[in-house]
Design a protein around this ligand. Structure first.
Ligand code: SAH
Length: 243
């Protein structure tokens, strides 16, 4: 699970941010955290902000310089909010994810570091010199600097989505029934047409184009067996009521 990515934080001042980063990473399935000369670490503030992701904090590796932290990486991206006078090849967070987190065996062999800067002054140019790409999170140009943990959250979210790991979620009732078969749908359409004729909504002979539109509506809904049963129950009820 996104195991070839590592998040590198350079000289983070606030330990709470380190905890927030650990939590953001764990939510999105990224687990390798490297800290370059953090001001305070370990720290109770970091642990409390990490909530259930303290395993990421306890396995975080602390380095004395950025070169050491990225030594095993083939690709290094530096996240920066600021425009630079020298131009680096630039990717948005989404482009980065699409380039490096989509499934491919060759890519999975590369180790990729995403480097984040200090809260007050970001990354220095000599640190960006070590990066192959500058990574930017598009946002309001009048206020483009995100909180460190928020920036890590956005980047890891994009990696997670691009890697195709999100499960389709259904809110409320889980749709566990199997999809209705073509035969069940045909019986439903016959029943629907007959009922609409019975209640005087359409004339069987002139119903072709309406039935075609109704089919389109119900086909879009991808009904399951139980749902078709409910609809047919309603049709039966309408027919009986109309007698
Ligand atoms: N004040 C600093 C920004 C610090 S924010 C500056 O002027 O650079 C802390 C870190 O979060 C940044 O170094 C960067 O790595 C990341 N970050 C914040 N906003 C970002 C954005 N819009 N795009 C990419 N990275 C961002």
């Amino acid at each position: 699970m996104l195991s070839n990515f590592k998040i590198v934080l350079v000289e983070t001042s606030h330990p709470g941010n380190i905890g927030g980063v650990a939590r953001a990473m764990k939510n999105m399935g990224v687990s390798e955290l490297c800290l370059v000369s953090p001001k305070v670490f370990p720290s109770a503030d970091a642990t409390s902000r990490a909530a259930g992701s303290d395993d990421i904090l306890s396995s975080a590796i602390v380095y004395g310089c950025l070169q050491e932290a990225i030594a095993d990486c083939q690709i290094v991206l530096g996240a920066s909010a600021r425009d630079r006078t020298i131009s680096w090849p630039e990717l948005t967070a989404r482009e980065c994810a699409e380039k490096f987190a989509t499934v491919s065996e060759a890519k999975a062999r590369d180790k990729i570091a995403i480097v984040f800067g200090r809260e007050n002054s970001g990354l220095k140019n000599h640190e960006l010199d070590l990066c192959h790409y500058l990574l930017r999170i598009p946002c309001n140009s009048a206020y483009s600097s995100l909180n460190l943990a928020a920036a890590v959250q956005v980047v890891c979210y994009e990696l997670f989505i691009a890697s195709g790991q999100q499960r389709e979620s259904t809110i409320g009732d889980k749709n566990e029934g199997s999809l209705a078969s073509a035969r069940q749908m045909e019986l439903f359409y016959e029943h629907l047409q007959q009922t609409l004729a019975d209640i005087g909504f359409l004339h069987v002979d002139k119903s072709q184009s309406i039935m075609r539109r109704l089919r389109r509506i119900y086909n879009r809904a991808a009904l399951d067996t139980k749902e078709v049963d409910i609809l047919r129950g309603i049709l039966r009820f309408s027919q009986n009521h109309n007698k």
